[in-house]
Each structure stands twice: as structure tokens, then as C-alpha cells.
Design a protein around this ligand. Structure first.
Ligand code: NAD
Ligand code: DAU
Length: 339
């Protein structure tokens, strides 16, 4: 039996990853290490809380002592999902992004090195590559050119991982994925915000001209990619994941309205995001060739399933939108981290 430490496992992608590994691999124990910021929700894994191969530890990746204590469990791999993840929040206040995404990654790397953890997986993002023009794709060798405080912090973490591989011979891989969607995504991001607004007949705020393009991937495909990078990835390498599904925000918005049976009168064009990246699109041929990975969920099927999930989980939505979910733990602590 091997134990892995998953950080940020109460968030959107981390919880989907834990769900996937527990369901498919009977030989892996998981410690979910999460600080429970505003984005971490114990309800995301409530049905698995008593699973025999799962344990939750509340801890902050910037707290060296707690990280070291968690790593004392003969951990075979660290999978680092923990991060401040929302671009708009990073524009309002970049402080927590530097603390968690940069300093937190550095502390995790140091502690993993000290306790001789055999493998480290850094879950990064395609946003570190910056913005594309009308043509071309991000490959693993595209130079890093982050444009937001969020992506700058993620790129800094990637550089630290690279340096720990080079200087200390650490066995670490980096994954860079495009925009995820699916169940349990916090309704501050485009797809869950728009679905839950439309469900309530509320307007949806489209930034600028709405012609910014994102490459959408279902969270299960990303989770499988991270799992394959952990198991099969070559130390020191970077693997891109994407859905081969480019779509302009305004087209996506109209699609959501259509699927939810509402009219375009709910669209509200609002002021653009400062420094807004125009286009992301991923070349994932390296992951396909070297890991045997491929995106499997079509956008049409994934979007319908995601809408159905939000419709069927109104209580989750209501608790998140009202802040009620914070009652699961110490409200004061969560607020302090979210501030
Ligand atoms: P999320 O915001 O939903 O979840 C982040 C989780 O990290 C939360 O559970 C939160 O409590 C936890 N956390 C935050 N700060 C922490 C700290 N200091 N110590 C311990 N835990 C902490 O994020 P997500 O969308 O699930 O993204 C997960 C990772 O994947 C991030 O690293 C993000 O950069 C990356 N990523 C996200 C996407 C996307 O489309 N959402 C795409 C590519 C990469
Ligand atoms: O590309 C991967 C990244 O995708 C991840 O690294 C980030 O963690 C994740 O948040 C996401 O970043 P984006 O900024 O692309 O996602 P977001 O859902 O915030 O926005 C998607 C697009 O929609 C973007 O062009 C901005 C636009 N948008 C977003 C919101 C929240 C709107 O037009 N209106 C909105 O209200």
C-alpha cells in the first residue's frame, strides 16, 4: 500500500482527483492536506469522509511543521493542487497568491526533499504561457510569459520546481492544463457562475467583447492526466493537458443559455478584466505520446452533465453561494484565509 499526500484536495480539481483515485486504485492511501480557505469545501468529499483509504488533515502548505508532520507517513508522492486559483481575486489582492502559490510550493518542495519523498507533482496551468494570437498553440517549450498576478505566482512556483530538479536532483514533474469545468467547481469561475445565475434568472456578466477564447477540458480528463503524470511521467518533464475545445466566451454563454432554456436577454456586457488574456489553446501531443493520455469527454456531453449536476445539487450551490458551507469548520479561520 502506498500513501500519497494530495494538497488542496477539498477544492474543485483536487476533490475530483481524489474521487477518481479512490475509485480506481485499491493500493493507494490518500492524505488530503487542505487549509480550507473559502475555496475548500468539506462537502465536496463528504460521502468519502469515512473511506478506509482516505484521511483529511487540515493544514496550510505554508506551515512547515504541519507539512513535515503529514509527510512522516511514508508518503510516496506529493500531488500539489493547493493554490489560490482565481485570476480576478489576484487582481484585487495578489498577497495570498504569492504566499500560497509561491512560498507554499517552496515549503512543500523543501519538506518533500527533507523527508525524501520519491515523487513530486506540481499542478500548474496553461496561463503561465501568457496569451496567444489568433493562431498557434501552447507547447511545453513555449516561453513563460504570465500576465496576471495569479499566473505570475504559478510560473514562479514552476521555476522553483525546475530549480529543485536541477539543483537537488528532485524527481518532480509539472502539469499545465487549460480551463477545467465539471462538478464541484466554485461558482466564481465562468461556467458554474453562469449556470447558477441562469438557473435563478440572474444576469451573466460577460467581460469586454466576450471574444476571449479558452480551451475547455472536463475535470475528469485533467484528473486522469495528473494521475498519469504522477505514475508515468519522467522526472524533470512538463506535460500539457487540454480539451482541444476552443470556444469564445460569448459563444459559450449563448450555449449555456440555450441548454438551460433561457433567452439572451440575461447577457450583460461588463467592463473587461484588466490585462485579460485573449486566447489559450493547448498542444497536448506530448502527453498523448508519452503518457498514453487523451481527453475523452466531449464538450457537448460534459456541459450537459455539468448543468445536470448543478441542477441536482441545489443544496451544495445554495450553501456555497450563501457562505453557509463554511459552517462545516471554523468560520473565523476560513474568513481570515479568504481575506
Ligand atoms: P480551487 O480554488 O477550487 O481549490 C484550491 C484548494 O486549495 C482549496 O481546497 C483550498 O482550500 C486549498 N488551499 C488554498 N490555499 C491553501 C494553503 N495555503 N494550504 C493548503 N491548502 C490550500 O482550485 P482548483 O480550480 O481546484 O485548482 C487546483 C489547482 O489546479 C491549482 O493549483 C490551479 O492553479 C490548477 N489549475 C486549475 C485549472 C482550472 O481550470 N480550475 C486549470 C489548470 C490548473
Ligand atoms: O487556463 C487555466 C485557468 O483557467 C486556471 O489556471 C485558473 O485557475 C482558472 O480560474 C481559469 O482561469 P480563467 O481566468 O480563464 O477562468 P475564469 O472562469 O475566471 O474565466 C474564463 C473566461 O471567462 C475568461 O476569459 C474571463 C471570462 N469571464 C469570467 C468570469 C468569472 C467573464 O467574461 N465573466 C465572468 O464573470
Amino acid at each position: 500500500m502506498a500513501t500519497i499526500l494530495v494538497t488542496g484536495g477539498c477544492g474543485f480539481i483536487g476533490s475530483n482527483f481524489i474521487r477518481e483515485v479512490l475509485a480506481t486504485d485499491a493500493d493507494t492511501d490518500i492524505i488530503n492536506f487542505d487549509a480550507l480557505t473559502y475555496a475548500g469545501n468539506l462537502a465536496n468529499l463528504a460521502d468519502l469522509a469515512n473511506h478506509p483509504r482516505y484521511r483529511f488533515v487540515r493544514g496550510d502548505i505554508t506551515d512547515r511543521d504541519v507539512v513535515l508532520k503529514a509527510l512522516k507517513n511514508d508518503v510516496r508522492a506529493v500531488i500539489n493542487f493547493a493554490a489560490e486559483s482565481h485570476v480576478d481575486r489576484s487582481i484585487i489582492d495578489s498577497g495570498p497568491f504569492i504566499k500560497t502559490n509561491v512560498v507554499g510550493t517552496q515549503i512543500l518542495l523543501d519538506c518533500a526533499r527533507q523527508t525524501k519523498v520519491p515523487r513530486f507533482v506540481q499542478v500548474s496551468t496553461d496561463e503561465v504561457y501568457g496569451s496567444l494570437g489568433e493562431t498557434g498553440l501552447f507547447s511545453e517549450s513555449t516561453p513563460l510569459a504570465p500576465n496576471s498576478p495569479y499566473s505570475a505566482a504559478k510560473a514562479s512556483a514552476d521555476m522553483l520546481v525546475r530549480a529543485y530538479v536541477h539543483t537537488f536532483g528532485m524527481d518532480a514533474v509539472i502539469t499545465r492544463c487549460s480551463n477545467n469545468y465539471g462538478p464541484y467547481q466554485f461558482p466564481e469561475k465562468l461556467i458554474p457562475l453562469f449556470i447558477t445565475n441562469i438557473m435563478r434568472d440572474q444576469q451573466v456578466p460577460v467581460y469586454g467583447d466576450g471574444m476571449q477564447i479558452r480551451d475547455w477540458i472536463h475535470v475528469r480528463d485533467h484528473a486522469r492526466g495528473v494521475e498519469m503524470a504522477w505514475r508515468k511521467g519522467k522526472g524533470g518533464e512538463v506535460y500539457n493537458f487540454g480539451g482541444r475545445c476552443e470556444m469564445a466566451n460569448i459563444h459559450l454563454t449563448k450555449k449555456l443559455l440555450e441548454l438551460l432554456g433561457k433567452t439572451e436577454s440575461l447577457i450583460k456586457f461588463v467592463q473587461d478584466r484588466p490585462g485579460h488574456d485573449r486566447r489559450y489553446a493547448i498542444d497536448c501531443s506530448k502527453a498523448e505520446a508519452e503518457l498514453g493520455w487523451q481527453p475523452t469527454v466531449t464538450f457537448e456531453e460534459g456541459l450537459r452533465e455539468t448543468i445536470a449536476w448543478y441542477q441536482a445539487n441545489q443544496e451544495w450551490v445554495n450553501q456555497v453561494r450563501s457562505g453557509e458551507y463554511l459552517k462545516y469548520y471554523d468560520l473565523q479561520y476560513a474568513n481570515r484565509l479568504a481575506d
